[in-house]
Each structure stands twice: as C-alpha cells, then as structure tokens.
Design a protein around this ligand. Sequence first.
Ligand SMILES: Nc1ncnc2c1ncn2[C@@H]1O[C@H](COP(=O)(O)OP(=O)(O)OP(=O)(O)O)[C@@H](O)[C@H]1O
Length: 289
Amino acid sequence: MSTALETKGLGMRYGRTWALRDCSLRLPTGSVIALVGPNGAGKTTLLQLVTGLLRPTEGTVEVLGRDARAGSAEALARVGFVAQEHPLYQGMSVADLLRMGRSLNLRWDQSMAERRLAGLGVPLAKRAGALSGGQQAQVALALALAKRPALLVLDEPLANLDPIARRDFMRTVMTAVAEDEITVLLSSHVIADLESVCDRLVLLKDGRMQLAGAIDDVLADHRILTGPRTGAEPSVSGLVRAVHSDRHTDLLVRTGTDRPDLHPAWRSQPVGLEELILAYLERPAEVAR
Ligand SMILES: Nc1ncnc2c1ncn2[C@@H]1O[C@H](COP(=O)(O)OP(=O)(O)OP(=O)(O)O)[C@@H](O)[C@H]1O
C-alpha cells in the first residue's frame, strides 16, 4: 500500500512551548484519518506542518513522497486544505472564488466544483459573506476538491455546522473519496460523526501522539474488564482508565492482542470508539506521558 503522508520525529516549538513533539506517522493512500485531541493538543499545528504552512522545528514531513517542509509547489499542488472556520473572501461571489481558484491551480476541475455546488443548491452569484455557515463550508470544500488533491486536509470542518450541514459536508467528502480515491486527514471534536466515515485514528494530547492506527486494530487492542469492587483487581499492564461504582470496577486496558487471564468473577468485553477516545482524552497528563 502506498503512503500518502509520512512524518518522522516531527516537532514544532513556539518560543519555549512545544506544540507538537516526536510525531512519527505513516498514513496509507486512500484512508480517511480522524485526528482527535483536546483543545491545544497540537492538531492545527500538525495540519499546518502537513500543508507546508509551518516549518517544523525538528523532524520531517513527506506528502506523497515529497518533502512538504520546503513548501514545495509540486507537493502542495496535490494537497487540498480547508482551514478552521473555512475562511473565504467574504466580499467575493462564489463564481469569482471559483475563477480565482482556476487561475491559481493547474489541475483545476471547474465543472466538478460547479456541479457539486449546484447539487447542494449553493447560488454561484451570491457573495460568500451572504451564505449560511453550512454553505460557506461547502464552498471551501468545493474549492479544495477542485484542485483534485491526492490528500485533503480538513481542520475542524464540522465545527459550528448544524447536524444536517455536518451530514451533507461529510457526504461530499465521502463521495470524493469514493470517486477519486483521495486520502483525507480531518481533525474534529465531534467524535460521533467520525466513527462512520474514518478508518484510521490519530489521537494527540499535550503535543504527543497517544494512539495511532487503523480503528479496528486500535479497538482490538483494548478491552473493558468488569468485576466486583471488593474482589482482587486483575494485575494488568496498560491501564488506561479505572471507574469504580459501589459494587463494580470497570477497567479500560490496552491489552494488545493478548487476552488477560481473569478470575471467573471478572468479564472482558470490547470497547466502543467514543468511549475509548474519551478515556484517553480524560487521562491525567502525567499518566498519558
Ligand atoms: N502561533 C502560535 N504562537 C504561540 N503558541 C501557539 C501558536 N499556535 C499554537 N500555539 C500553541 O501550541 C499548542 C497547540 O495548539 P494547536 O492550535 O495546534 O492545538 P489544537 O489541538 O488545534 O487546538 P484546538 O482544538 O483548540 O484548535 C497550544 O498550546 C497553543 O497555545
């Protein structure tokens, strides 16, 4: 399987603060990757390093086999980026934005962009500033897709969109994935919306990667162990979270592919994606490190 994005020892420091550290990732072509993490985790920093908007303090980023660090025009021509809050020139009409995109990009697909926007009922003659939030998000996405990117990078594309606009936005993304086999890297806090569309997960916290891999593998690596509160807790390594009620204890454990040898009073069950992500996000920083 070919690689769409590879980072090695990637790090970014603002003054004395490391926003991202030791980030080594390999993302296969054609995957849809959810980048999750709490506020300030380093998600935007990572996405801006990938799109060549920031130069790393250390490490390397390769997009489609080319160094993105130099802001190489050739590599970046294959990357579509929708920044947080999908900024557009508010005074320009949608048609003018498309015209500008066409004049700036060699591989521009004008008819596809017009078709997608017409299908969504977005009027081309209207000023961007006069469109709804959902329509503006769709215009920003159409501009990014018209570049015919191999890698589409979306920074919190679903923030501030209502449920229908979120669904329509993700439908457009998934149609592009199916039609053009693009790789998508998207950050989001809306975990429930990611589960049905993403096949890989990268979880950042305090600038460090906590989890990365195919969602199926990540889920298979974890179990919830439930047993009596007073009983001897199983001695397991890889404890992510312990929740105690009056009578029971729930342990979320990174077991790997091993199945722990449990006392008969304990049972082991799989964990769902949302619960797993929340458990990692809630872990105290000193445990997470
Ligand atoms: N231009 C900057 N100058 C100084 N510090 C910055 C700058 N940009 C980001 N940071 C810091 O780097 C860290 C990571 O920020 P980043 O915006 O990458 O996080 P994030 O995960 O995208 O957060 P959010 O979910 O709130 O958008 C934070 O501590 C932030 O304050």
